[in-house]
Design a protein around this ligand. Structure first.
Ligand SMILES: NC(=O)c1ccc[n+]([C@@H]2O[C@H](COP(=O)([O-])OP(=O)(O)OC[C@H]3O[C@@H](n4cnc5c(N)ncnc54)[C@H](OP(=O)(O)O)[C@@H]3O)[C@@H](O)[C@H]2O)c1
Length: 249
């Protein structure tokens, strides 16, 4: 796809991979709208990237998704790219029954439902635009899950499956449907704070560079670092990766 002159909405673009992508897209000459729940994080994003447009909205809620949709479609009528990036990750121990599951925010609402609902809301609008695209962010854990993050991994597997179907449904339209499959990214807010860099992890900047390259070359399933192997892995490879990754669990 062309990488300049677009109007791009990035959910959860205030930090991490979404923000690194926003920085690159702005630099390439695109209008970029980001959203997130925290006003503070959005303010910090604008300080670093003054031309980015922001909206505070919780897209795990119908009301937040509607507000984002109305904001974008009234103020940025040329919006032609939706990046479904917002996500959270939680340790959930099912040995504690329902207690642990209900304790905090709901990964199913944020990681899964919001991507599906926002896609459905935006598709009729995108179909009327030039060079439209949807970019869904899944995860290597959608291919080989981490048992400590059981719901997270399942939402990402679901996003992979949804994206494959969406790409097929939309193949007679102009909308290009991309999936981004990040490996572990060490300097984002996903785990509450940046984590130590390992041989398995990359930076948000490296991930955003890979997304830009993938978009530019119409690579519909794009990965980077360790998750690259997952895209072409056999069942046996994925089972082995699962065992290796979950040795301590
Ligand atoms: N980091 C990794 O290792 C990794 C690996 C594979 C895939 N990913 C995926 O990459 C995506 C980006 O994550 P990241 O690592 O860049 O984490 P991050 O720095 O924590 O970014 C997450 C973004 O989503 C926003 N967000 C979270 N819940 C939201 C909600 N209910 N409504 C609106 N915005 C919301 C956050 O802002 P607020 O908190 O202010 O709402 C933030 O802007 C996620 O989908 C994640 O699953 C990350």
């Amino acid at each position: 796809m062309r990488l300049e002159g677009n109007t791009v909405v990035i959910t959860g673009g205030s930090t991490g991979i979404g923000f690194a992508l926003a920085e690159r897209l702005v630099k390439l000459g695109n209008e970029v709208v980001i959203c997130g729940r925290s006003e503070e994080k959005l303010k910090a994003a604008v300080e670093k990237l003054p031309s980015v447009h922001t909206l505070s909205a919780d897209i795990s809620k119908d009301e937040g998704r509607r507000r984002l949709f109305e904001f974008v479609t009234t103020k940025f009528k040329g919006t032609n790219v939706l990046v479904n990036n917002a996500g959270i990750q939680r340790h959930i121990d099912f040995r504690k029954g329902i207690v642990d599951l209900l304790k905090n925010e709901d990964e199913i609402e944020i990681n899964f439902r919001s991507q599906i609902y926002l896609s459905a809301m935006f598709i009729p609008v995108l179909m009327k635009q030039k060079d439209p695209a949807i970019v869904n962010v899944s995860s290597g854990l959608g291919f080989a899950p981490l048992a400590a993050f059981p719901v997270y991994s399942a939402t990402k597997a679901g996003i992979h499956s949804f994206t494959v179907s969406l790409r097929r449904q939309l193949r007679d339209t102009e909308i290009k449907v991309f999936e981004v499959v990040p490996p572990m990214v060490y300097d984002t807010g996903l785990k509450g704070k940046p984590i130590e860099k390992t041989e398995w992890s990359i930076s948000a900047a490296e991930m955003a560079d890979a997304i830009i390259e993938g978009l530019e070359n119409d690579v519909y399933e794009m990965a980077a670092g360790a998750s690259k192997n997952f895209l072409s892995a056999s069942k046996r490879d994925l089972d082995k990766a699962f065992e290796d990754m979950n040795r301590r669990f």
